[in-house]
Design a protein around this ligand. Structure first.
Ligand code: THU
Length: 134
């Protein structure tokens, strides 16, 4: 399987995950799928709350699930939304950056297509204590 096929498959996992979205307030279903270095895939969806600020994005649910299952190196994150063109919010960009500075972010566009962009171009100079001078 080449990269394009692998990313299409990852996006399909994200699309499936969006079916489980709990988003009665925004009615905006999002699904995410993380591809780890060992090629394992972990999914997430957005989970909202009556206390709106407690809502959690699909990407962070997926990344935290990957980490909780022992995967700390991320190769790619796919994001699916019905409307398309949804890229990770700022908070999710920082969380993804914690586990990879080179990850590919894959997201569906209008129609049945998708785009790929590097996390480093979505969040240049992410906060990272490892690179801070002593
Ligand atoms: N949301 C995500 O899950 N991921 C994104 O990249 C953008 C926004 C969720 C948060 C909230 O549940 C809903 O989409 C509307 O903002």
């Amino acid at each position: 399987m080449n990269k394009k096929q692998a990313y299409k498959q990852l996006l399909d996992f994200a699309k499936q995950a969006a079916e489980n979205s709990y988003s009665p307030y925004s009615k905006f279903k999002v699904g995410a799928a993380v591809l780890c270095e060992d090629n394992k895939v972990f999914c997430g969806t957005n989970v909202e709350n009556a206390s709106y600020g407690l809502s959690m994005c699909a990407e962070r649910v997926a990344v935290f699930t990957a980490v909780a299952n022992g995967c700390k190196k991320i190769k790619a994150v796919a994001i699916y939304s019905k409307k398309g063109d949804a890229t990770p919010c700022g908070a999710c960009r920082q969380v993804i950056s914690e586990f990879s500075k080179t990850a590919d972010i894959v997201y569906n566009t209008k129609g049945d297509s998708f785009k790929t962009v590097k996390i480093s171009s979505l969040l240049p100079k992410s906060f990272d204590v490892k690179t801070l001078k002593k």
